[in-house]
Design a protein around this ligand. Structure first.
Ligand code: PLP
Length: 251
C-alpha cells in the first residue's frame, strides 16, 4: 500500500469543529492527504461567538512541530490562527529549518467572522516580515487585504497585484465577503500570471460560512502536496469549498 502525501496545518483549535485545525484535518482527509497538526491556541467557540482563547505554550508548539518534521516528509504546510508575534516567530523558525522552499499556504487570519481578534494587533509586522516572506501563497479575504495594504480594496485585481508587489509572494484574494450575486476570487502569482475565479454567492447560514477560509487554505495545501501547479490548485480548491458540505453543524 502506498503512503498518502503528508500535509501539516498550524493554527488554532475550534471547539465547535467548523473552523481551525478540526476543519483543516477534515479537508485533508476528504482530499486524500494525511493530516498532521500543530496547535497555537485553544478556542472555546461556536459559530456565533468565541468565549475564550488559551494560548498553547511556545515550548509545546515547538515540540509539536519538531515531532512532526523529525519523522514525516511534510509536502505542504497551511497556517491559520497564529495568535501573536511569539507564536509566529516559533512557526517561522521551524519552517525555515525544515520546510524552506516547499509549499506553504498562509491564511492571514486576523479576526473571526464572529468579531473576535485572532492575531494581536502588533503581530502584523512580524507576520509580514517572517512567515509571509516564506509563503508560496497568501489567502487574504477583502478585510485582511485592506489591513495588509493599509487601504480599502476598491478594485480586487489592483489590490491583489499590489499585495504581490509589496509582500513578494503569490496571492489569492478571496471575494467571499463582497457584495452582489457573483463573487470573484483573484489570483496573481509572483511570476505575473493571474486569473479571476467567479462563483455565485451561496445562500448559506452562518454555521456553513464559519471556517470557509480555513477550508479553502487547507484544500490549497492538499492540492499543492499532490503536485498541482498554483493555478490548478486555486481552481480545484475553490470548486471544493463551493460544494455543499458533506456534513452540517446544526445550531
Ligand atoms: N477559529 C479558529 C481557530 C480559526 O482558525 C478561524 C479561522 O481561521 C476562525 C475561528 C474563524 O473562522 P470564521 O471567520 O470562518 O468564523
Amino acid at each position: 500500500m502506498s503512503r498518502l502525501p503528508v500535509c501539516l496545518t498550524i493554527g488554532g483549535s475550534d471547539s465547535c469543529g467548523g473552523a481551525g485545525i478540526q476543519a483543516d484535518l477534515r479537508v485533508f482527509h476528504d482530499l486524500g492527504v494525511q493530516g498532521c497538526s500543530a496547535i497555537t491556541a485553544l478556542t472555546a467557540q461556536n459559530h456565533q461567538v468565541i468565549t475564550r482563547i488559551e494560548p498553547v505554550s511556545l515550548a509545546q508548539l515547538d515540540a509539536e512541530l519538531h515531532a512532526i518534521f523529525d519523522v514525516y516528509d511534510v509536502l505542504a504546510v497551511k497556517t491559520g490562527m497564529l495568535l501573536d508575534a511569539a507564536h509566529i516567530a516559533t512557526v517561522s523558525a521551524c519552517l525555515d529549518l525544515y520546510h524552506a522552499g516547499k509549499p506553504l499556504v498562509v491564511d492571514p487570519v486576523l479576526v473571526s467572522s464572529s468579531g473576535r481578534s485572532l492575531l494581536d494587533e502588533g503581530a502584523l509586522d512580524t507576520l509580514k516580515h517572517t512567515l509571509i516572506q516564506q509563503a508560496t501563497l497568501l489567502t487574504p479575504n477583502l478585510g485582511e487585504a485592506s489591513v495588509l495594504l493599509k487601504a480599502d480594496v476598491v478594485d480586487a485585481v489592483v489590490s491583489a497585484r499590489q499585495l504581490v508587489n509589496d509582500l513578494g509572494c503569490s496571492v489569492l484574494l478571496k471575494g467571499g465577503h463582497g457584495s452582489g450575486d457573483v463573487l470573484r476570487d483573484v489570483w496573481v502569482s509572483v511570476d505575473g500570471e493571474s486569473d479571476v475565479f467567479s462563483h455565485p454567492k451561496q445562500a448559506w447560514g452562518d454555521f456553513q460560512y464559519h471556517g470557509t477560509g480555513c477550508r479553502l487554505a487547507s484544500a490549497l495545501a492538499a492540492q499543492l502536496a499532490q503536485n498541482q501547479g498554483l493555478h490548478d490548485a486555486c481552481k480545484q480548491a475553490i470548486a471544493y469549498v463551493q460544494q455543499p458540505r458533506a456534513y452540517e453543524i446544526h445550531a
